[in-house]
Design a protein around this ligand. Structure first.
Ligand code: RTP
Length: 155
């Protein structure tokens, strides 16, 4: 619907094990912060195989699924919820294309990654999936509702 108005949304963003190991937690957070999004939850986790299989349940028939799960299970993941105008779609734009070789420079993957199997970050691909992923990764009470002093200058 081209006439759809932009809405305030929440998106689930995760820095994958390679992103954490490569010291990219700061730069990735920075891109969301400076764009004007608000951080409402963050934690470093090693959720385990079962949880990761639930997160990627839609991909379980793919040939790369076992490799994807062992990659995601290879170290800590930085799980976050970011909030703001069109956060889901804009979050995906900030991340870049799934295959880093197709990601534009200026995107996270376009600046820091070369391979789909090591693409350093995840972002929800729809509002519906964002809700599901937030419910899977975060417990009630882990999210902070706060008013940023900068908001009236961003919006
Ligand atoms: P993500 O969920 O991680 O944000 O990635 P995405 O939506 O951009 O891509 P999706 O198709 O959902 O794939 C999820 C993740 O699986 C890995 N993958 N490997 N070897 C391959 O062909 C392949 N294809 C996908 C990537 O880590 C991708 O981000």
């Amino acid at each position: 619907n081209p006439d759809k108005m932009s809405t305030t949304e929440q998106t689930f963003i995760a820095i994958k094990p390679d992103g954490v190991q490569r010291g990219l937690v700061g730069p990735i957070i920075s891109r969301f912060e400076t764009r004007g999004f608000k951080l409402v939850a963050i934690k470093l986790v090693t959720p385990g195989k079962e949880h990761l299989e639930a997160h990627y349940a839609d991909l379980k028939e793919k040939s790369f699924f076992p490799g994807l799960i062992s990659y995601m299970n290879s170290g800590p993941i930085c799980a976050m919820i970011w909030e703001g105008l069109d956060a889901v779609k804009t979050g995906r734009t900030i991340l870049g294309a799934t295959n880093p070789l197709a990601s534009a420079p200026g995107t996270i993957r376009g600046d820091y990654a070369l391979q789909t199997g090591r693409n350093i970050c995840h972002g929800s691909d729809s509002v519906e999936n964002a809700k599901k992923e937030i419910a899977l990764w975060f417990k009630e009470g882990e999210q902070v509702s706060w008013k940023s002093a900068l908001e009236s200058w961003t919006y």
